[in-house]
Design a protein around this ligand. Structure first.
Ligand SMILES: [Zn+2]
Length: 351
């Protein structure tokens, strides 16, 4: 399977060092694809494990697998009984990934450096194990979701500045540029929404991303200042949370954990973890925003949008989703701009 895409921004996948964006880390891209694939599975009422958690991720028990196979089940049926659909596609202990991911430019040579803004490329899933028709639908829907509403490498999104020209690529600090937005080269992906899952291995945990609990905005974005207010960070010193920050604010804004896995309570004026690797050390933020500004005339305030801005986020269930959605609508409605806001369910129905 392959998808003809182009980049609207450079692809940034969270390299080893913050400023080292010269090498395209395919493992990072694959991780991001998996994150959206999992969110989609959960949105379709299926189970997808948390691969970043040793206790929660699937392991294919080989003896069990053989036993079920000898009992007359097909390979697919046996897998469905033992590991989640995301692990079936992306792999887990004792079960290798079904594909090799490749990114080719249009001359068909493999791209080894960063994909620059505007560059066309082909995202190739080279099958090592045969994809089922349902898996093909899931993959189609995942790419459609990322291109039309999301971003790739979404966990490392930088916050747009409230000072427009600081968002431009020629602003020396480079700390507010957009990364990870994609577009179709010519033809968009047709709708072919996968049906809801008919089986569920286990229950998903509420704090895992589930497409139904997302909201998506097209045509507007939330800047850093607004973001900090939404998560109850102190306006004078946004590294710290307000004393009044609620449990929902902390979930939205993200936090770190100490070596024992205990949460460092940011209310106690502990620094937060913007710009660190959140995967292993805590919870990432839950609001992701893209301004669409790439360059500007330095003599004036940058107002030119090179592509439509967007933002998205999620909560733990419909209540948190709706609270975020309402608060964001209140901010955006005050700006007299035209934008479109959808729930994850509405987006899901479009896929
Ligand atoms: Zn799994």
């Amino acid at each position: 399977m392959e998808f003809k895409l182009k980049t609207l921004t450079p692809i940034w996948t969270g390299g080893v060092r913050r400023n080292d964006n010269s090498i395209l880390h395919l493992t990072g891209i694959k991780g991001s694809l998996r994150w959206w694939y999992e969110s989609l599975i959960r949105g379709l009422n299926g189970y997808a494990c948390d691969p970043s958690n040793d206790d929660k991720r699937c392991v294919l028990e080989l003896k069990e697998f053989e036993k079920i196979r000898h009992g007359g089940k097909t390979k697919e049926e046996a897998l469905n009984l033992l590991i989640c659909p995301a692990c079936q596609m992306f792999g887990c202990t004792n079960w290798g990934s079904k594909f090799i991911l490749r990114i080719d430019d249009n001359s068909r040579s493999v791209i080894t450096s960063m994909v620059k803004r505007g560059d066309p490329f082909t995202l190739k899933f080279i099958e090592k194990k045969v994809f089922t028709p349902y898996e093909k639908k899931l993959l189609h829907a995942t790419i459609k979701l990322i291109v039309e509403y999301g971003a790739i490498g979404g966990k490392t999104v930088l916050k747009p500045s409230e000072v427009p020209n600081k968002n431009c690529e020629n602003y020396s600090k480079h700390n507010h540029v957009d990364y990870g937005l994609l577009d179709y080269q010519n033809i968009s992906i047709a709708s072919n929404r996968p049906s809801v899952f008919t089986y569920k291995l286990k229950q998903n945990e509420t704090d895992w991303p589930n497409l139904c609990n997302f909201w998506f905005v097209k045509g507007a974005y939330i800047n850093r200042k607004e973001h900090n207010a939404l998560v109850a960070r102190q306006s004078a010193n946004p590294k710290f949370y307000e004393k009044s920050a609620t449990e929902s604010n902390l979930f939205r804004g993200g936090y770190i954990k100490d070596n024992n896995g205990c949460r460092i309570i940011p209310n106690d004026l502990q620094p937060t973890v913007e710009n660190r690797n959140l995967q292993s050390s805590g919870e990432s933020k839950k609001i992701f925003s893209f301004h669409g500004l790439t360059h500007c005339d330095k003599s004036r305030d940058c107002v030119k949008q090179d592509f439509p801005p967007r933002c998205f986020g999620y909560g733990r269930g419909a209540t948190e989703r709706d609270n975020s959605k309402n608060e964001i609508e209140r901010i955006l409605n005050g700006k007299s701009i035209r934008y479109e806001m959808k729930t994850g369910q509405e987006v899901l129905d479009e896929l």
